[in-house]
Design a protein around this ligand. Structure first.
Ligand code: HEC
Length: 100
């Protein structure tokens, strides 16, 4: 019985330690190629509701859906949608630095 707790604490510890890696979860992360167009679009459009996430939190296949959902959040919050000419470099950037 003692071991159940020990095991889950270790599991949690591993999870949280994982988040300290710069390319980890949503939070304050160092973006790759910080001066690139994609990174700038991201800082401009993805950090008003939460900190801009690392491109490494999703695979290239997943990113379009996440962006679509974020556009929905923008719409519901009364923000303008990200323009198509900005979406393109943004998605390209996210996919180039994505997971996997
Ligand atoms: C209008 C507010 C808003 C803006 C702007 C916004 N987000 Fe989000 N984001 C949210 C909310 C609310 C959640 C939590 C609910 C959810 O996951 O849909 C979230 C969650 C996330 C998550 C974690 C959930 C997941 O699917 O991994 C990621 C990654 C993310 N956003 C990326 C982005 C990116 C990239 C942009 C810029 C294109 C962006 N967000 C812009 C509101 C916003």
């Amino acid at each position: 019985m003692l071991n159940r707790n020990v095991v889950s604490s270790v599991a949690l510890l591993v999870l949280f330690t994982g988040c300290d890696i710069p390319s980890g979860g949503v939070g304050k992360v160092l973006l790759p190629e910080p001066e690139s167009r994609g990174a700038l679009v991201m800082k401009e459009n993805c950090s008003s509701c939460h900190a801009a996430p690392s491109p490494g939190v999703h695979t290239a296949e997943e990113w379009p859906n996440v962006i679509y959902r974020m556009q929905e959040h923008r719409r519901m919050t009364g923000y303008t949608l990200i323009a198509p000419e900005e979406l393109e470099p943004l998605l390209d950037y996210l996919q180039r630095h994505s997971k996997g």
